[in-house]
Design a protein around this ligand. Structure first.
Ligand SMILES: Cc1ncc(COP(=O)(O)O)c(C=O)c1O
Length: 430
């Protein structure tokens, strides 16, 4: 298998299969000619995975899925129209018929909010652990209805880390999968399947695409987790939707025992809910992947320099990033993130809201908005924006203090970024 830097440019694409086009073509079509009745049958029985109708598959999207499968060393992938669609598909599919997922409070606000208030409406209950840094706290929540453990490998916004291998072992002891949102880390910094995770979720909107121009999500399956019939009967149910050529009903497990989740999601969720990724958006994410290594490498170095600078300012109460002097995550960072633990950091601004408003407005090289992983550096007051839907108790549980300011480091010159922050601090606290 080639190395990461080769795969991010080459994996999943053979120009001979696409009229020798060097760049991945955008198959901007809703449907595909079926060719012959025999071929139509092959498509309907999933013998052939080629284009049929873009809601359930498209060749540009397939290249993206195959490329990410290679980058993460996984087995199968499903690209979707947003990271939230990816999260919803996984949570709902694993808990079909009722069940619970064990999760932490420290997550992207939309995840935390949907876990607390939205998924329970569908019988998908989320049990939040009391102490997210203690594996036994996760174990304490597991019961006979638990269908998975869910964490972010680097959490948003405070860049917290977990002992992934210990959590994977725990999950497997209870015959449930470990699901990780690897959005902030990206496969460049961290490959969760190598450490025992079973399902990876990405908001490709962030550093995979990297240019802040596309909303997209991806689900990856490792191919190693064996879903038991008792906990996951949905993968054993024979369905009219996935018949073989003779018309016999089959189950996702029968079609491919290594990726029943992705088969199930394609056959039912994509078909009926249809959060399909468009081919042009898949193309934009592929363009982003071409340069992921260089981008993420520099963004991490920029983040580390910003962390050091912020630590030197008296107007900064605290800085949260695994490279920060006081970080409790140094050992985990050394073990799991030798290339650096991401370009996302947060700090405690010591002024009042009016001063923070002045500070943010004065910055020239940090855009004030809610995205992360962009080539542009971004700044946001998380408790009032990205995590605004959380009540005071949730914010406290998630470790998000009222004065939290989040930075996603971009690709500008680190010297310019630091000079910009310096100028804004001096302006507000003169
Ligand atoms: C860690 C993480 N996961 C998932 C999402 C949701 O992704 P999307 O905005 O693509 O739906 C976000 C969005 O900010 C995120 O930060």
């Amino acid at each position: 298998m080639a190395e990461f830097d080769t795969l991010r440019i080459r994996a999943g694409y053979n120009s001979e299969e696409h009229n020798y086009a060097v760049n991945v073509p955008i198959y901007q079509t809703a449907a595909f000619d079926l060719g012959s009745i025999d071929r139509a049958r092959a498509l309907w029985t999933m013998e052939e995975a080629a284009g049929l109708y873009t809601r359930v598959g498209n060749p540009t999207v397939t290249v993206l899925e195959d490329r990410l499968t290679a980058l993460d060393g996984g087995y199968a992938a499903l690209a979707l129209s947003s990271g939230m669609a990816a999260i919803s598909y996984v949570i709902l599919a694993l808990t079909e018929g009722g069940g619970n997922i064990i999760a932490t409070h420290s997550m992207y606000g939309g995840s935390e909010d949907s876990f607390s208030h939205f998924f329970p409406r569908f019988g998908a209950h989320i049990k939040f652990v009391e102490n997210r840094f203690d594996v036994s706290s996760f174990e304490a929540e597991i019961d006979e209805n638990t269908r998975g453990i869910y964490i972010e490998t680097i959490s948003n916004p405070n860049a917290e880390l977990y002992d992934i291998e210990a959590l994977a072992k725990l999950a497997h002891r209870h015959n449930i999968p470990l699901i990780v949102d690897n959005t902030v880390a990206t496969p460049y910094l961290f490959r969760p399947f190598k450490h025992g995770a079973d399902i990876i979720i990405y908001s490709a909107t962030k550093a995979l695409g990297g240019h802040g121009n596309t909303i997209a999500g991806v689900i990856l399956e490792s191919g190693k987790f064996r879903y038991g019939k008792e906990k996951f009967p949905q993968f054993y149910e024979k369905s009219y939707k996935i018949k073989d050529r003779s018309g016999n009903r089959r189950s996702p497990i029968e079609i491919d025992s290594k990726s029943p989740l992705i088969i199930h999601l394609r056959a039912f969720y994509l078909e009926f809910i249809g959060a399909a990724l468009g081919p042009f958006d898949a193309f934009l994410i592929l363009q982003g992947l071409d340069t992921i290594s260089e981008r993420v490498e520099k963004q991490v170095r920029n983040a580390e320099r910003i962390v050091k600078y912020l630590e030197s300012r008296k107007e900064v109460e605290w800085v949260k990033h695994p490279s920060a002097a006081e970080s409790p995550f140094k050992d985990l960072a050394a073990k799991y993130f030798p290339k650096g633990a991401g370009a996302l950091l947060s700090f405690g601004f010591s002024g009042n809201e009016e001063q923070l408003d002045k500070f943010i407005k004065h910055l020239k090289y940090f855009s004030y908005h809610v995205n992360i992983g962009d080539v542009r550096s971004l700044i946001v007051n998380s408790p009032k924006t990205t995590h605004a839907e959380l009540d005071a108790e949730h914010l406290k549980n998630a470790g998000i203090e009222a004065n939290t300011v989040r930075i996603s480091a971009g690709l500008e010159s680190a010297d310019d970024l630091i000079a910009d922050l310096e100028e804004a601090f001096n302006y507000v606290f003169k």
